[in-house]
Design a protein around this ligand. Structure first.
Ligand SMILES: C[S@@+](CC[C@H](N)C(=O)[O-])C[C@H]1O[C@@H](n2cnc3c(N)ncnc32)[C@H](O)[C@@H]1O
Length: 256
């Protein structure tokens, strides 16, 4: 069967001018833009990001797909079955579909599942991934601080899947990035207090969006029920600056 091409397009962290040229070109060219949203009545963050640049086009369909914010497999499966049916119908008719995803498609993105399933559901289909500016790149830019330098190591943690080992992680890695904070904020702050790293943490919500919020006073946001676009970066900065100190990597590790 001659399927249309399926694209996974990263639309960046929020600011429309952080869309890549390739993303804009792809989104303007395809027959269908698939847009994830968390409820049937809610707006799509991806659409909010691309609308000022891509706009509504008369010959192009906007296909809103609802994926509830849930960890329940049954609810998610139902949402995915509906999404596969709608996307599949369009691909089978030869139309190209761009699945627009916030940030980059390779990082905790709804597109990841589609990418894995596509060849099984639609054998021989052409799939292209258009990388986007991830929140992992946008947040350090907002903070004006590098994530890692020289021999430093980074851990990325999806906090809402559990933070029981966070103290060990904080003590092991130079930089820890906490994503998907959800309701885990109090436990995250507790781990930062226990490790004495609270003063090395920064909280950034909705980086590069008009509602962007940045604070290094995490106790002040303790009560916030983890904004769904919020990240905490904990940077120890004990081993950075390889040019400043003549530290061999192994010696530096042994200091831990
Ligand atoms: C489902 S993941 C998607 C990540 C996305 N694919 C990326 O590359 O950034 C959602 C998490 O990414 C982080 N995130 C995404 N956009 C963000 C932003 N603009 N500001 C701060 N954190 C953001 C938050 O931790 C949020 O809980």
């Amino acid at each position: 069967m001659n399927y249309g091409t399926l694209y996974g397009v990263g639309v960046g962290p929020g600011a429309p001018d952080l869309l890549t040229l390739r993303a804009v070109e792809t989104l303007q060219r395809v027959d269908v833009i698939a847009l994830p949203r968390s409820s049937d009545y809610g707006s799509s963050t991806a659409w909010r990001i691309i609308e000022p640049v891509v706009g509504k086009r008369s010959n192009q369909e906007r296909l809103f797909l609802t994926f509830p914010m849930s960890k329940e497999p049954a609810r998610l499966r139902q949402a995915w079955d509906a999404a596969f049916a709608k996307i599949g119908e369009r691909l089978k008719s030869g139309r190209s579909v761009a699945f627009a995803t916030e940030g980059d498609p390779s990082l905790y993105s709804t597109f990841g599942y589609l990418l894995g399933e596509a060849p099984r559901r639609w054998p021989g289909i052409r799939v292209e991934v258009v990388p986007g500016v991830s929140s992992i790149a946008a947040v350090p830019a907002v903070l004006g601080a590098p994530l890692a330098d020289g021999l430093e190591r980074i851990a990325i943690i999806p906090a809402n899947y559990g933070v029981t080992d966070l103290v060990t992680i904080l003590n092991t890695f130079d930089t820890t990035i906490l994503m998907k904070i959800g309701s885990e904020m109090p436990k995250v702050i507790e781990a930062l207090e226990r490790t004495g790293l609270l003063h090395k943490a920064a909280y950034v919500a909705k980086a590069t969006m008009p509602e962007q919020k940045v604070t290094t006073d995490l106790r002040a946001v303790r009560g916030e029920r983890g904004d769904c676009f919020a990240m905490i970066v904990v940077a120890r900065r004990e081993r950075s600056g390889v040019l400043a100190g003549e530290v061999s990597p192994n010696a530096a590790l042994a200091q831990r």
